[in-house]
Design a protein around this ligand. Structure first.
Ligand code: ZN
Length: 388
């Protein structure tokens, strides 16, 4: 008996590496990111012009960011300006803290630079800035086990000066040093106008020092899992380099990040504009990012919406197989009076079944879907993948 349990434990933990439970309330919050807020953030960001480190436009953008966080309900004491000089530049990072309920002294850092060079930088990195603002807005009143620190860095384009300063003067300034669970960097996720932007790179630490590489691989796999669960995007892995996670990586921290898969030629030119990127892609990356931040920081599951609380017994009964499926998928539930709905990630119902155990999915195109089984007013949602 003991042997059996141990064996089961081993199987389950290796399974967990590539699989996470879909949490409906995480999805519901990811869906609160609106295209109009993303568009507004991008166009307001563009309006400040070239936000070169140390310039007036750069500090105007910082003040704009500050006013955004205040408008979301963060108090002045949650928002800290972090001034620095480096490489002949003087600028400020903007640091916003949301305190965790269970581990207030352990941080999930969500970061991206707001300085630009040679252009308005709407993709590099207005895209990341826009997403971070939406995450901060939506999570403002959602309890999280871990503290979240939203950091808008400056000085990235000249050589990661703002993030290097932060690691040297904030992370390492206390004894023991600041306890960081993960650094999640979002930089240049705007895609290319007119192309199909359906994939995002998940950045993994593959460089020296290597002691933190395995942990980065694990958390980056979790980032990819969250992308599949909470957004319509596909993922690929690439090595993390040349952005604000690097000083953290060199400090031994666990890092991960997002970077566009269709790599635009416009960044660092005057043509890095709203018109040349894909705001819908930014929205989709935002959904993935918000799913991941909730997972990393362990956001509260709403009792009325969460998978576990909404239908614990039903949850135990559901076992999708095979998954990925080709023509049929079995849902494992017994008895009668249950209904199954399969929807795509936009929420549109594509198939509906009554009391059927073996579902004909042969007409569904390849991709990720959500399968919801309902009985007696309770429902359970699982991710279903169709792969032919
Ligand atoms: Zn950038």
């Amino acid at each position: 008996m003991i042997k059996k349990v141990l064996l089961l434990g081993a199987v389950v933990s290796s399974f967990l590496y590539n699989s996470q439970t879909f949490i409906q309330s995480y999805q519901d919050r990811a869906n609160l990111i609106t295209q109009s807020n993303i568009n507004t953030n991008l166009t307001e960001f563009a309006s400040f012009g070239v936000k070169k480190t140390g310039s007036v436009a750069n500090s105007n953008a910082l003040n704009w960011l500050k006013s955004k966080y205040l408008s979301f309900g963060y108090s002045a004491s949650d928002i800290v300006e972090d001034p620095w000089t480096g490489g002949g530049y003087t600028s400020k990072n903007l640091v916003v803290t949301k305190t965790g309920t269970l581990y207030p002294n352990k941080y999930v850092i969500v970061c991206g630079h707001f300085d630009t060079i040679a252009g308005p930088g709407v993709n590099d990195n207005g895209s990341g800035v826009s997403i971070i603002l939406e995450i901060a807005r939506i999570l403002k009143d959602i309890p999280t086990d871990y503290s979240i620190r939203f950091i808008n860095f400056s000085g990235e384009e000249q050589g990661l000066y703002g993030s290097q300063h932060y690691v040297d003067n904030v992370v390492n300034s206390t004894n023991p040093k600041m306890d960081i669970k993960v650094v999640f960097n979002i930089d240049e996720v705007g895609g290319i106008a007119g192309l199909l932007n359906d994939t995002v790179f998940c950045d993994r630490d593959q460089s020296w020092p290597s002691g933190n590489n395995a942990a980065s691989a694990q958390i980056t796999q979790e980032l990819a899992n969250c992308t599949a669960l909470y957004s319509p995007l596909m993922t690929e892995f690439d090595p993390a380099y040349a952005s604000d996670y690097v000083p953290f990586q060199e400090n031994g921290e666990i890092i991960t990040g997002f970077y566009e898969h269709n790599i635009s030629n416009y960044p660092h030119t005057p043509n890095d504009t709203y018109a040349n990127m894909d705001p819908v892609y930014v929205l989709n990356v935002g959904k993935a990012a918000l799913g991941a931040v909730q997972h990393f920081a362990v956001a509260k599951i709403s009792p009325d919406l969460g998978v576990v609380d909404a239908g614990q017994n039903l949850n135990d009964e559901i076992s999708l197989y095979p998954n990925p499926a080709q023509d049929f998928v079995n849902i494992g539930i017994k008895g009668k009076d249950f209904q199954t709905i399969i929807s795509d990630f936009s929420g549109k119902t594509v198939l509906k079944f009554e009391n059927e155990q073996s579902l004909d999915v042969s007409k569904l195109p390849n991709g990720n879907y959500l399968l919801t089984v309902s009985r007696n007013g309770k429902s359970v949602t699982r991710k279903l993948m169709i792969k032919k």
